[in-house]
Design a protein around this ligand. Structure first.
Ligand SMILES: Nc1ncnc2c1ncn2[C@@H]1O[C@H](COP(=O)(O)OP(=O)(O)O)[C@@H](O)[C@H]1O
Ligand SMILES: [Mg+2]
Length: 266
């Protein structure tokens, strides 16, 4: 059925001992989609991202990249998936440009290919005016852009960002989301976790987790109505009164599930 999803999960669950951090779930994200994984702190966002990125093995089920299950992929192919953790990864004393050059060389780039990639990535993340500064001289938001830039040096077909807007000035959030949207051009899939509900309109799809249960996957514009709140910002209040198991069952029976989960499974 159609083209394979860029990244998909079938029956993916994650447990630690007897604690279930993620209930079995199915999902598929297509090439070029900008996806937000939303939900209160502790609901399983990072766990889901790490499983989808191949950084931790699920307790059950599997993850596929372009329709091929992870165990069938070469180390090289798996390494191409990008992941930016919540905490900064770039060494503070390095200048932006040097950090990117260094990463590029580790990836085997050299000569004009390397300088072109550095320029391209700096342009994509609007770091032009910061390129010769040490990363520890940058603001939190700029440092986050550098972390993302480092991952983009490998031109990942799928890029995961774990809470990239945490600690970001709300006024900068919209422009940050727009930059991220730009990263999807050319077919890159971007999957971002966030507990902030602002700026969700720039996303193609939102996933909402509640205590490890998938309770919504669909367009951001339909989510508020689905949860019966005026705007998505109020969703947490509505969730506080909802049993996660019932939320999961309600979603599994909804037309959104038929369209965006079952309808995408091949
Ligand atoms: N290794 C672990 N062992 C036990 N519990 C864990 C482990 N890792 C995470 N958790 C718990 O699982 C839940 C989900 O964690 P996480 O995926 O980090 O949530 P989020 O990113 O949405 O804040 C949290 O309640 C967290 O405390
Ligand atoms: Mg997290």
């Amino acid at each position: 059925m159609g083209t394979a999803a860029a990244i998909s999960a079938q029956g993916l669950s994650y447990k630690v001992g007897r604690t279930v951090l993620l209930q079995p779930l199915n999902l598929s994200f297509l090439a070029g989609e900008f996806v937000g994984v939303l939900g209160p702190s502790g609901c399983g966002k990072s766990t889901l991202l790490r499983c989808l990125a191949g950084l931790q093995a699920p307790s059950s089920g599997q993850v596929s990249f372009n329709g091929r299950p992870f165990p069938d992929l070469s180390t090289e192919e798996r390494r191409r998936l990008g992941f930016v953790p919540q905490d900064d990864v770039v060494h503070g004393s390095l200048k932006v440009e040097r950090a990117l050059n260094y990463t590029g060389r580790l990836l085997g780039l050299k000569g004009t290919e390397l300088t072109n990639r550095v320029d391209q990535v700096i342009g994509l993340l609007e770091l032009g005016e910061r390129r010769t500064l040490r990363t520890d001289r940058l603001s939190g938001g700029q440092r986050k852009r550098v972390s993302i830039a480092v991952e983009l040096m490998g031109d990942p077909p799928v890029l995961f960002l774990d809470e990239p807007t945490a600690g970001l000035d709300p006024a900068l959030e919209d422009s940050f989301m727009l930059s991220c949207r730009g990263l999807c051009q050319g077919g890159r899939t971007l999957v971002m976790s966030t507990h902030v509900m602002q700026s969700v309109e720039s996303l193609d799809l939102v996933v909402v987790l509640q205590k490890g249960h998938l309770i919504y996957l669909g367009p951001p514009g339909q989510a508020a109505a689905y949860f019966g709140v005026p705007t998505l910002m109020q969703i947490y209040k509505s969730l506080a009164q909802q049993d996660p198991l019932q939320g999961m069952q309600r979603f599994a029976a909804s037309p959104l599930h038929a369209a965006y989960v079952a309808g995408r499974a091949s």
